[in-house]
Unconditional design. Structure first.
Length: 366
């Protein structure tokens, strides 16, 4: 448990004890009001502060603002009714903070568990200079230094090796056609930006599917079958992975797909032995709109010593903003804005087979 988590847990406990004490001992009047106010501020001061900052930045309707409005409304109602009971306002804030604490704790435990399985944090970096290679602390590596990765040393790579983008655009249409329904034009693009749960809800509300049908389970089954039996490797995947393996570069997969699906597909295609580890956003609980999955895969390796390959623009931009080296991979069924992907990436490849031709540049530039 981190220091921040311990502090939040203390705030939760203190707030709960205060509210219970007020209720058990029937503390009313001004003392009761002051105790309620203290409990509210203890559990919610950070939410109120974030809401205020969001308003100043013009980002009004975030979760902090909505929590502040909800609890302020509950307090206003209690004042209007002159009940002197502010439990509802405090309870709303308390339960929200409890949920946030559990999420933070679960993510932290997930990181620790994976780190315990695979400790790949390097203690040094090889910096090339006039007198040869010098071992230095990774934190001491400066912009412009040339890093040399020797065989057996580790540099994480987000593996874009499965040609799976087509299923994410076609899954909804496949599902409907299998049930004799005609999908609307542009359905693939519409569902592409949604989660599986959101996509299932959309199909359920916009198409005449039986009320008892479990749409999410049906979509999941079709997706599983595709990964298990159909998904091909991307062009040049074997060549690129063999090239990296030959240079002792550790390769990890950071994926938004379920672990079982990806593992089965990589195994079927003979690609699984190339990967040291597989990390999934589902297990982490955070999408690629945040760089957590890349940090987890890096396991302490500085971002500038890591190479992230992506065929999705938003994911590549996330990695680049966090300081990672980036390679954009063309996918005819994937990212619509290929020009944007080309512009955002340090190197843009039409095939993974072209990675060796660009390796010298990627391995030596900072």
């Amino acid at each position: 448990m981190t220091k921040k988590q311990k502090k939040m847990l203390c705030r939760i406990i203190v707030t709960a004890v205060l509210v219970l004490a007020i209720r058990l001992f029937s503390i009313g009047g001004l003392p009761g009001t002051l105790l309620y106010l203290a409990a509210y501020l203890i559990i919610g001061y950070d939410i109120l502060r974030k809401a205020g900052k969001g308003i100043l930045r013009g980002q009004v309707f975030d979760e902090n603002f909505l929590m502040a409005v909800a609890t302020a409304g509950a307090i206003a109602l209690a004042l209007y009714e002159r009940s002197g009971d502010y439990t509802e306002a405090i309870a709303v804030m308390l339960f929200y903070q409890v949920g946030e604490w559990f999420q933070s704790y679960a993510v932290g435990r997930s990181r620790q568990s994976i780190a315990a399985l695979m400790d790949i944090r390097p203690d040094y970096a090889n910096v090339e200079g006039p007198d040869g290679l010098t071992r230095v602390d990774p934190e001491e590596v400066a912009m412009g230094d040339v890093i040399v990765v020797k065989p057996g040393e580790r540099v994480p790579l987000d593996g874009v090796v499965l040609d799976s983008m087509s299923i994410w655009r076609d899954l909804g249409a496949r599902y409907l056609l299998h049930r004799g329904l005609t999908p609307e034009p542009g359905l693939g693009e519409l569902l592409f930006s949604m989660s599986m749960e959101q996509g299932a809800d959309y199909l359920r509300t916009h198409y005449p599917l039986p009320p008892e049908e479990d749409v999410l389970a049906g979509l999941s089954a079709m997706l599983r079958d595709f990964y298990y039996n159909e998904v091909p490797e991307k062009d040049g995947a074997h060549e690129a992975l063999a090239f990296l393996q030959g240079r002792g570069v550790a390769v990890t997969a950071a994926t938004s797909s379920p672990r079982t699906h990806v593992t089965r597909a990589l195994e079927r295609l003979g690609l699984l032995p190339y990967f040291r580890a597989i990390y999934t956003t589902g297990e982490l609980g955070v999408s690629k709109h945040r760089p957590d999955i890349y940090h987890l895969a890096a396991q302490g390796v500085p971002p500038r010593q890591c190479l992230v390959a992506e065929d999705s623009l938003y994911a590549l931009q996330t990695a680049a903003a966090a300081g990672y080296r980036t390679v954009g991979i063309f996918d005819a069924n994937g990212e619509a804005d290929q020009q944007g992907l080309r512009n955002a990436a340090e190197v843009y490849l039409t095939s993974l087979a072209r990675l060796p031709a660009h390796w010298e540049r990627l391995n030596n530039e900072n």
